[in-house]
Design a protein around this ligand. Structure first.
Ligand SMILES: [Zn+2]
Length: 353
């Protein structure tokens, strides 16, 4: 009996010691895991305006960057915001499917593609913020991947708005050019962002922001047009429609997010004070995440309540063709990113950056 108790205590003691080692394992070992460094310790490419500390050093092994998920640095909040939103999207979709509200058929294809596009942009963003500090080539590569995610999400939104949200009057006017236009502008956003990233080095000129924001802004204006039309033309009785409110909310969240994406606020006014928590890009992530979650809820309602509109308007073959164009856009954007990566690799080899 005493031996059994002693064995039990010994096992518990070993388990406790293993548990105590867990944080060190997650950090890759105290000796291997360097502390974060200041902006002057990393190449200029990695320095963000008004962010002075919390940078991860370059040229560590990949494990260091993966495990930095559990460490405090100036990208932690950027990673965790989109990680939590991705988790929320997955859980919400699973609940929707389990409630028997979503089946697998032609009517639901655009909704599945929308969910796929959301998870794609969130995953690409998580990877970019988590792994970009590894090297200059990794920085460019993961941001090019991030831009593929953005164009994918833009087109996923366009498809879902087109199929589930649009009114008859909007559809009659825009049905011929909307999806080709959305696909083209989605791809152009990817091209604009890759080109801006390839061409300019820090300190970035205004032209870089213009190349990033203008194609993406045009894509957003087109993609959101079915939603705007629905909100503007809705009658008094439509205000009981929860989807209209949620769509309004997704637009408000997006516009606030776009402001924080474009301006380095509040860190501009408090340099060095927002390094870990509170800088503009983190606020942008939070609002973009809220935009996605309210958009998802709105689309769930539209999908459930407007299926007869869908069935009357679109043939199965047409829908399948539109869904195929989603994958074509991903392919075009991926080729663009691969090409941009090749060019930047050559440029880095020539030490032009
Ligand atoms: Zn980001």
């Amino acid at each position: 009996m005493t031996t059994a108790i002693l064995e039990c205590i010994s096992t518990l003691s070993i388990s406790f010691q293993q548990l105590r080692r867990l944080p060190r394992f997650l950090e890759g070992g105290t000796t291997k895991m360097p502390l974060t460094v200041t902006d002057s310790d990393v190449p200029r490419l990695f320095r963000e305006p008004y962010i002075q500390t919390g940078y991860r050093p370059t040229d560590q092994d990949w494990k260091y960057y993966f495990l930095s998920l559990f460490k405090k640095h100036n990208e932690s909040v950027n990673v965790w915001t989109h990680l939590l939103v991705a988790l929320a999207v997955v859980l919400r979709v699973v609940a929707f499917v389990e409630a028997g509200s979503l089946s697998l058929n032609v009517v639901s294809f655009p909704l599945y593609l929308y969910v796929l596009s959301s998870l794609t942009y969130l995953t690409c963003s998580i990877l970019a913020h988590l792994l970009q500090s590894k090297s200059e080539l990794a920085h460019y590569t993961f941001y090019f991947i991030d831009y593929v995610g953005v164009s994918t999400y833009q087109y996923g939104c366009a498809l879902a708005h087109y199929y589930y949200t649009s009114n008859e009057a909007w559809y009659d006017k825009a049905c011929y050019f909307f999806l080709p236009g959305a696909a083209f502008l989605g791809w152009l956003s990817c091209v604009g962002c890759c080109y801006a990233k390839y061409c300019y080095k820090r300190p970035y000129p205004v032209m870089r922001k213009i190349l990033q924001v203008v194609p993406a802004g045009l894509a957003y204006i087109l993609d959101i047009s079915p939603v705007v039309h629905r909100i503007v033309t809705c009658h008094m009785e439509d205000y009981t429609d929860k989807a209209v409110w949620l769509h309004s909310l997704q637009m408000i969240f997006f516009i606030i997010g776009a402001y924080f994406f474009s301006c380095p606020v509040p860190e501009k006014y408090f340099p060095g004070s927002c390094d870990f928590i509170g800088h503009g890009h983190q606020i942008f992530h939070v609002f973009l995440g809220l935009c996605t979650l309210s958009q998802l809820e709105a689309l769930f309602i539209d999908y459930q309540t407007r299926q007869e509109v869908f069935s009357a308007r679109y043939s199965s073959n047409y829908t399948l063709m539109c869904c195929a164009s989603f994958f074509l856009l991903i392919l075009c954007s991926t080729f663009t990113a691969v090409y941009a990566r090749r060019r930047i690799k050559e440029k880095l080899a020539r030490k032009e950056l």
